[in-house]
Design a protein around this ligand. Structure first.
Ligand code: S3P
Length: 430
């Protein structure tokens, strides 16, 4: 594992940037392309380790998937063409692959074993195992199916009406995918809205889904047809650069072709509420997704309270928002974010430990954190804990630190943003 020494920036973050394709949408493009008959062509696919795991899983089930950089072509005979994989499937670090794939496998008459790396092996799977068992899938695994490795034998499954006990798009999506195979229509009543890319993409592939306020109904037995998917830039990746431009003096940056789906734009609401100088332009709608540009300039920021329904709309951005808050005037409180404890690391603990180590004044609460603003960061040593979003947060923190920062385990950034350091170099004024 090679560490990386990062230096403070001498001038502003400037210019124009496009970020790689959205991780959530890239996973779903492979899943729906594999479940659909005919050819699906995906452009701006996220060529990161997590999404490659989804490709690997469907190749193992006999789907022909060709990839050249960020262009992917999927040729599939649809659900009936899928085959039982011969070997256990390695999901690496990818929670989205694990949970969504379990949803698909619940409906297929195969025996499949899934396993992952140390981080994924300690993340809870019972949140999807429970409803899928209720539908009739046979699932076993470590600690009675709470953790990977998990073996599943799917097949004839029944429809259910399900209220997810956690605010999770992965749980919702697993049940929706299983619903495609159930003996009737499946309802999900979602008390708090989470990202809706599964719903959007199903429709892009010609599927039927109805959304009536908080109830989502997926019809069974649908025939999906291959299509063309142009993946928007990932706002969760853009967030690191939005915060960089907000906190590095004399910055002005425009990020183009970025996804602006309302279920994902909590970071923009937070920046606006803190007083950032930010302009958002919605430019086009493709496959139920909104794409546009965001321009941001450095400005004075104020601490705020963040919680409630905003949290699922910015769940992956909380590490970088914590860094942002260290530079605002006054205190920022983040609550209702207990889900952070079940991410690639316990992100309440890893954010707090890392930022404290870099000189911030921050403390953990049970469901969030409290951050004091106006703090000069010292730099020092920052451990990513193998968590890509912690790694990128440390890299952005290093830009404004008094001394150099040593980033331990930067390689994990390849999980969602392989070109992160190249993009960071491009927006630093020479
Ligand atoms: C994702 C949903 C979120 C998010 C993850 C991707 C998805 O997880 O944190 O990075 O693609 O559905 P939860 O749904 O578990 O909150």
């Amino acid at each position: 594992m090679t560490n990386k020494i990062l230096h403070a920036i001498q001038s502003g973050i400037k210019g124009n940037l496009t970020v790689p394709g959205d991780k959530s949408i890239s996973h779903r493009a492979i899943i729906f392309g594999s479940l659909s008959k005919g050819r699906t062509v995906v452009s701006n696919f996220l060529d990161g380790e997590d999404c490659l795991r989804t490709i690997h899983a469907f190749r193992a089930m006999g789907v022909t998937i060709q990839k050249e950089g960020s262009n992917v072509t999927i040729d599939s005979n649809g659900i009936d063409g899928l085959k039982e994989p011969k070997q256990p499937i390695d999901l690496g670090n990818s929670g989205t692959t694990a949970r969504l794939l379990l949803g698909v496998l619940a409906g297929l008459p195969f025996h499949v074993t899934l396993f992952g790396d140390d981080s994924l092996t300690s993340r809870p799977m019972d949140r999807v195992v429970r409803p899928l068992r209720q539908m009739g899938a046979k699932i076993d695994g470590r600690e009675n199916g709470k953790y990977l490795p998990i073996s599943i034998r799917g097949g004839a499954i029944q429809s259910i009406s399900f209220i997810p006990p956690v605010k999770s798009a992965q749980v919702k999506s697993a049940v929706l995918l299983a619903g495609l195979f159930a003996d009737g229509n499946t309802n999900i009543i979602e008390p708090t809205t989470t990202r809706d890319h599964t719903e959007n993409m199903l429709q892009a592939f010609g599927g039927d889904i109805t959304i009536d306020q908080k109830t989502i109904t997926i019809l069974t037995n649908q025939s999906l047809k291959g299509t063309t998917i142009d993946v928007p830039g990932d706002i969760s990746s853009a967030a690191f650069f939005l915060v960089a431009a907000a906190i590095v003096p004399d910055s002005k940056l425009t990020i183009h072709d970025v996804g602006l789906n309302h279920t994902r734009t909590g970071i923009i609401d937070v920046l606006k509420k803190m007083g950032a100088s930010i302009e958002v332009k919605e430019e086009r709608h493709i496959g139920g997704e909104i794409i546009g540009s965001i321009t941001i300039e450095s400005s004075d920021l104020n601490g705020i309270e963040i919680g409630g329904d905003l949290i699922p709309r910015m769940i992956d951005e909380i590490p970088i928002v914590a860094l942002l808050a260290t530079q605002a005037n006054g205190r920022t409180v983040i609550r209702d974010a207990e889900e952070l404890r079940y991410k690639e690391s316990d992100r309440i603990q890893s954010v707090v430990d890392t930022l404290q180590g870099l000189g911030a004044s921050i403390r953990a609460t049970e469901d969030g954190m409290i951050i004091e603003g106006n703090t000069s960061l010292t730099g020092g040593v920052g451990n990513s804990y193998g968590d890509h979003r912690i790694g990128m947060m440390i890299a952005i923190a290093s830009l404004i630190a008094e001394q150099d920062t040593q980033l331990i385990d930067p390689a994990c950034i390849n999980i969602s943003y392989p070109s992160f350091f190249a993009d960071l170099a491009n927006v630093q004024q020479k």
